[in-house]
Design a protein around this ligand. Structure first.
Ligand SMILES: *Cc1c(COP(=O)(O)O)cnc(C)c1O
Length: 371
């Protein structure tokens, strides 16, 4: 079958990695991954952890040091649930796509009473709806939000939603920021958000392997009272370790190196510039794709700075388009999810990506699907 031929093993050929993650590493990050290992109890490693933690705080808009768990982002979502909710507690899960649905499913797996609010794919959750749901299902112990829904390319108005929850309930605000932290501002402290989860391999442009969680004082208080069985993912134990410049158990040391390099890179560029670059690349993607007859799943007002889901012209197959982009142009994109698997492609523009990368991607798209 042609399946074998479509797998390009020539990693030395420069390729335009425009999928939604793991994202390309900057040169310093690549170099960092080849460094020799060190003990996570050594002074040298403690210095790295302290630099990483300090470098991360402004990305969350948070004073407190984030926690570093070795797992993928989904593990971080699970950590957010098991530290703050007990079986029988009630959570309101906002589901606007695959990742919003996953957050609710994790809670349900732990016996949480999940009230799911489905938002049509491509739309952003609405604060008025949230207010109504909080009243109707009172009392709610936590609201589960996805900041950037990677399956649809929608960025939620996180500040508005968090403020709404805080004004109208005592619920904790738990946020999946896996594809937003590092690409767009988050004002965790100012917005009254309790947990933001992210991961190393998306906008943070580091190797996969780290789930990073910023946790409010209120959520730590809740963790002290909540007795849902947990061990590895315990917030309080990890907070103590991070305060000592280390992690509870052996971390993905190489991922920590690459994250340190990536944070140095991001801060050298300047966070305002980084955020502006992502907004510009997203606009380029939407406008360029529209010129080739593709439409964006999200409205411009709700469009994600990190991923754009593009609906293909009638009759086109996303599998074919994805394969041709790779084989003919060396451009690697993701396909749609769920019902959009064959109808949409998703272009990632987060992390180590420049306008020239987007131009190459858009030119390839024009040649493959343009009319
Ligand atoms: C990628 C992603 C996840 C899942 O992260 P893993 O590291 O694959 O577990 C969850 N939520 C969002 C919004 C994502 O983009």
């Amino acid at each position: 079958m042609s399946g074998l031929r479509t797998v390009n093993l020539e990693v030395s050929v420069p390729r335009n990695l425009r999928w939604t993650g793991p994202t390309p590493l900057p040169p310093e990050g690549l170099a960092a991954t080849s460094r020799q290992m060190m003990s996570h109890r050594s002074d040298a490693f403690r210095q790295i952890v302290r630099r990483v933690v300090d470098g991360l705080c402004p990305l969350f808009g948070a004073e407190q040091s984030p926690l570093l768990f070795t797992s993928s982002g989904t593990g971080g979502m699970e950590a957010a649930i098991v530290n703050t909710l007990e079986p029988g507690a009630r959570a309101l899960a906002i589901n606007g796509g695959v990742f919003g649905e996953r957050f609710g499913s994790i809670a349900r797996a732990y016996g949480i009473d999940v009230v799911e609010h489905k938002v049509p794919w491509g739309r952003a959750p609405d604060a008025d709806d949230l207010q109504r749901l909080l009243r109707r299902h009172h009392p709610i112990d936590a609201v589960l939000l996805t900041h950037n829904e990677t399956s649809t390319g929608v960025l939620a108005r996180l500040g508005d939603l968090a403020k709404c929850v805080r004004e109208h309930s005592d619920a904790l605000v738990l946020v999946d920021g896996i594809s937003s932290v590092g690409a767009t501002p988050i004002e965790m402290d100012a917005s009254g958000i309790d947990v933001v989860v992210t991961a190393s391999q998306k906008a943070l442009m580091a190797s996969p392997g780290l789930a990073i969680l910023s946790v409010s004082a209120r959520a730590f208080d809740r963790a002290r009272r909540v007795h849902t069985p947990r061990f590895y993912f315990d917030f309080l134990r990890m907070r103590d370790a991070i305060a000592e410049g280390t992690t509870t158990y052996t971390p993905a040391v190489g991922a920590v190196y690459s994250l340190e390099a990536a944070l140095t890179h991001l801060h050298a560029e300047g966070l305002d510039r980084v955020y502006e670059r992502h907004a510009t690349l997203a606009r380029m993607c939407r406008e360029g794709a529209a010129g080739s007859g593709l439409s964006c799943l999200a409205d411009a007002a709700n469009a994600s700075p990190t991923v754009t889901a593009l609906i293909l012209p009638e009759g086109a197959s996303a599998t074919d388009v994805r394969r041709r982009l790779e084989l003919e142009h060396g451009v690697l994109v993701s396909q749609g999810r769920g019902a959009l698997k064959e109808r949409a492609i998703r272009v990632g523009h987060m992390g180590y990506v420049a306008a020239s990368d987007m131009e190459g991607c858009l030119e390839a798209l024009r040649l493959v699907v343009g009319r």
